[in-house]
Design a protein around this ligand. Structure first.
Ligand SMILES: *[C@@H]1O[C@H](CO)[C@@H](O)[C@H](O)[C@H]1NC(C)=O
Ligand SMILES: *[C@@H]1O[C@H](CO)[C@@H](O)[C@H](O)[C@H]1NC(C)=O
Length: 447
């Protein structure tokens, strides 16, 4: 097992170098861009006041704020690292039956409640989730959950009466076009968009996934389900289609393309088809989930800040919380060690502890500077949180902001614990952020 993983790791590295050489042959700016995405060179930012919301949670890949609540889709560690296709864990002998869980956090009462599932008893292997008001009942919400069942990935729809601890099963939507759902964003209970991540499908191999990643292959797509249940492909040829968000009036769909580090903006047409209307927004990291802050309309996007470490982490024991405290932004003389701890255990099967995976959270707001407006730049991304080593925030995939309390919850598919941070006052307005690693923001503003 470990040997295979190590071999695929070595192959990944070889392919990565090959991919770099190909890019080098093309042109220099692409090399700079690629190196920026793959090799992390950052400093810690705004994490000093962060604490664990709950240290025992694992793999909360998606978190959505709705009203005064956050809904968290979290994993069972053994199930997640056994069978979870998006990360290439394809062992179908792993039992995933009702292992993952949805929890609700109340920002006012500061209570965290796991929800008990009623009316469903199959594989429960979660990924993206979304929360909307119930179409009829006041005081109820509807949750759409991406569920990677061993029999194939589907969307499961549940209802929840706000304030209770129950999740009531409604229906399951499976379709050949719902191939490897990652994020889901509903227009209504029946109608939604989903991203299909990479070339994952019923017969995917680990090598397919490695090649998709290393060569940034355009194997992802975006599908739409109409109100009457028809499912159509609305866009294909995407390099790692990942997070989705709707604007407040639901006329635009925002999507992250992970392997290019870009945010795409589509105008939604009457029939659900999409027209790309705006310039793509270039980010300095691999964007994963994107969520809108309803109070301001800003988009918050989170993701790994350097994928080389993620590739290197394959075949090692993932770094679960080696740092109990957040990295400080203040320079210190006595640096805390981030070297992989010498052999976590002498047990024969134990894998060595792998590297951390850096995390970045950025906010995208309307451009207000004359420079940006002159050059037709409608939006500006700014880095708000950075964990440069990723030993505290391990490859964060989501940042869910509760604006009234200025609080953000951070999670990731392989992260142990959920981290809670105060939103740094005015961070979204800072004129220059992220130093020279925020190409679309800081540098231009300085001119
Ligand atoms: C997967 O493999 C099975 C068995 O070889 C085959 O019947 C099926 O059509 C394949 N599915 C896809 C989507 O390629
Ligand atoms: C930009 O401003 C408009 C109008 O005020 C608002 O609706 C929208 O949400 C804003 N977008 C972002 C990304 O901040």
């Amino acid at each position: 097992m470990a040997g295979t993983a190590l071999k695929s790791c070595a192959l990944f590295t070889a392919l990565f170098i090959a991919a770099l050489a190909v890019v080098a042959a093309l042109y220099w700016p692409a090399i700079q861009r690629t190196s920026e995405l793959w090799f992390p060179t950052r400093v810690a930012k705004n994490l000093d006041q962060c604490t664990y919301l709950d240290k025992n949670l694992f793999g909360c890949e998606d978190i959505v704020v709705h009203g005064k609540y956050a809904y968290l889709a979290c994993a069972d560690q053994q199930a997640r690292t056994g069978f979870w296709p998006p990360l290439g864990f394809l062992d179908k002998s792993t039992d995933t039956t009702m292992k993952d869980q949805v929890l609700v956090y109340d920002f006012e009462e500061q209570t965290l409640t796991p929800l008990v599932v009623r009316g469903y008893n199959g594989d429960f292997s979660l990924h993206g989730l979304s929360v909307i008001d119930h179409h009829v009942k006041k005081n109820k919400v509807t949750l759409h959950l991406v569920n990677h069942k061993r029999s194939g990935s589907c969307i499961d729809i549940f209802d929840h009466r706000v304030g209770t601890n129950e999740l009531l099963y409604g229906e399951t939507v499976c379709d050949p076009l719902i191939r490897s759902p990652d994020a889901i964003i509903p227009v209504s209970r029946n109608s939604f968009y989903i991203t299909n991540y990479l070339s994952i499908g019923p017969n995917v191999t680990k090598m397919d996934i490695v090649l998709d990643m290393a060569l940034a292959r355009p194997t992802s797509d975006l599908v739409f389900r109409t109100e009457d249940g028809q499912i159509k492909m609305v866009r294909n040829g995407i390099k790692g289609a990942n997070g989705l968000a709707l604007t407040a009036n639901k006329d635009q769909l925002w999507m992250t393309e992970s392997l290019s580090g870009e945010l795409w903006i589509f105008d939604i047409q009457a029939d659900g088809s999409l027209r790309e209307s705006e310039k793509r927004i270039t980010l300095s990291f691999f964007p994963d989930n994107v969520h809108m802050v309803p109070e301001t309309g800003a988009m918050v996007v989170s993701g790994p800040g350097g994928m080389l470490n993620a590739a290197r982490a394959d075949g090692y024991q993932f770094r679960y919380q080696p740092d109990a405290n957040p990295p400080s932004s203040k320079p210190t003389s006595s640096k805390t060690s981030s070297k992989p701890a010498a052999a976590a255990s002498k047990k024969k099967d134990a894998l060595p502890l792998g590297p951390g995976v850096p995390s970045v959270v950025a906010i995208v707001t309307n451009a207000t500077s004359h420079y940006d407006q002159f050059y037709g730049q409608k939006y500006v991304p700014r880095e708000v949180f950075v964990d440069p080593k990723g030993n505290y925030l391990f490859a964060a995939s989501v940042a869910a902001v509760h604006w009234p309390s200025q609080t953000v919850l951070l999670g990731g598919p392989m992260m142990k614990g959920v981290v809670k941070c105060p939103w740094p006052a005015g961070a979204e307005k800072a004129p220059v952020a992220g130093g020279k690693k925020a190409p679309a923001a800081g540098d231009k503003n300085k001119l």
